[in-house]
Design a protein around this ligand. Structure first.
Ligand SMILES: [Mn+2]
Length: 355
């Protein structure tokens, strides 16, 4: 297991590389180059400079996140072929720079969703929060506008303002797309992309739906063991893998996370992992918590044990953290609580290794 940290890039993150390298046991990053819109080619020289810059700080970067799939690919429009070509070029460029895993999602419109980005926990800290009740009477458009307004000036992955202009039109098209259609479009994409990955040593890692159920009547297929079983079968290759995000899957108490880790771990279909805890507050209502098992609803020891016992040797990172100690940062992505998460997860790992 390699412990890493998500970083949004120079000038786009309140956390510095110097701070990240000082976190005990953190060897690298899961990187993001989110200046590129979905469908654009990430230029080779830009990726090269980025990796060089990170390496110079003594950190590795094997995983790149948020190589977003253009909505036309998900919707199966005729324009998808060009976007797939571009995606393939980005895969080749990333591979040339030593990247081994690409995290992406195939969620229609909404990457991830919360109804409150700074929910007070009661000890002066706050965390991301979701209550399906709060969505009643709102529209997808209004929700997205509110999310942008509440981001402390940072954009959130999946909520870039330029993507929103087309939102209404896109929602209209999705009215005629069901889960089966989405799986067909997904298969079309993977059949073209996976052979290139196999050839260039890259693994595609699909991130689960967050929260782990359908929203606004949009089709969503990546939020359960059954759903992922269908996805890994679309193209049967270790390059067609998962980014196992415990907090996203764990937002639904129907998901047994250690069991899911063992199931896909034994199949060699987990390319990387996001590890965090979540606290259930009721039906389709939860908030994020510190990583500690006793602070949330997930058993983090059993989660790490499942990774350990299935021989997981990829990159892991703490996922979102609470906002603590008056830190000002992108919601979920402060330094302090995620660094505490790393110390805790590394502690569990050491105890597993010494057993
Ligand atoms: Mn995640």
């Amino acid at each position: 297991m390699k412990m890493t940290f998500r970083w949004y890039g120079e000038g786009n993150d309140s956390v510095t590389l110097e701070q990240i390298r000082q976190i005990p046991g953190c060897v690298g990053l899961m990187g993001v180059l989110d200046q590129y819109k979905a469908g654009e080619v990430w230029p080779l020289d830009v990726i090269k400079d980025y990796v060089k810059h990170v390496n110079e700080q003594g950190l590795e970067v094997e995983v790149i996140e948020s190589v977003n799939v253009h909505e036309d690919i998900k919707m199966g429009l005729t324009t998808r072929d060009q976007y797939i070509e571009n995606y393939i070029q980005t895969i080749r460029n990333l591979a040339q720079c030593g990247i081994k895993v690409i995290v992406y999602n195939f969620m229609p419109v909404f990457d991830w969703l919360r109804t409150d980005l700074a929910h007070e926990i009661g000890d002066g800290s706050n965390a991301l929060f979701y209550d399906e009740e709060d969505l009643k009477g709102t529209t997808p458009l209004k929700l997205v506008e509110d999310t942008i307004k509440n981001c402390n000036g940072f954009t959130l992955p999946g909520w870039e303002p330029e993507r929103l202009k087309e939102l209404e039109h896109t929602l209209e098209i999705y009215k005629n797309i069901n889960e089966e259609n989405l799986l067909e479009n997904y298969k079309y994409f993977l059949e073209r992309v996976i052979p290139v990955c196999e050839e260039s040593g890259i693994r595609m890692a699909v991130h689960p739906d967050d929260p782990a159920w359908p929203l606004f009547g949009l089709p969503r297929i990546a939020h359960s063991q059954e759903g992922f079983d269908k996805i890994v079968k679309l193209v049967d290759s270790p390059a067609n893998s998962l980014c196992l995000c415990t907090g996203s899957l764990g937002s639904s108490p129907d998901n047994n996370i250690p069991e899911i880790i063992r199931h896909f771990g034994e199949m060699n279909r987990i390319a990387c992992a996001h590890v965090r805890n979540v606290k259930y507050l009721g039906y389709r209502k939860f908030r994020e918590s510190s990583h500690l098992s006793s602070d949330g609803s997930l058993d983090m020891y059993e989660i790490m044990r499942a990774f350990f016992e299935t021989g997981f040797d990829g990159c892991i990172r703490p996922d979102h953290g609470r906002m603590i100690w008056n830190e000002k940062a992108r919601p979920g992505y402060g330094l302090y609580d995620r660094a505490l998460g790393i110390a805790y997860l590394n502690g569990i790992w050491e105890s597993l290794q010494k057993k």
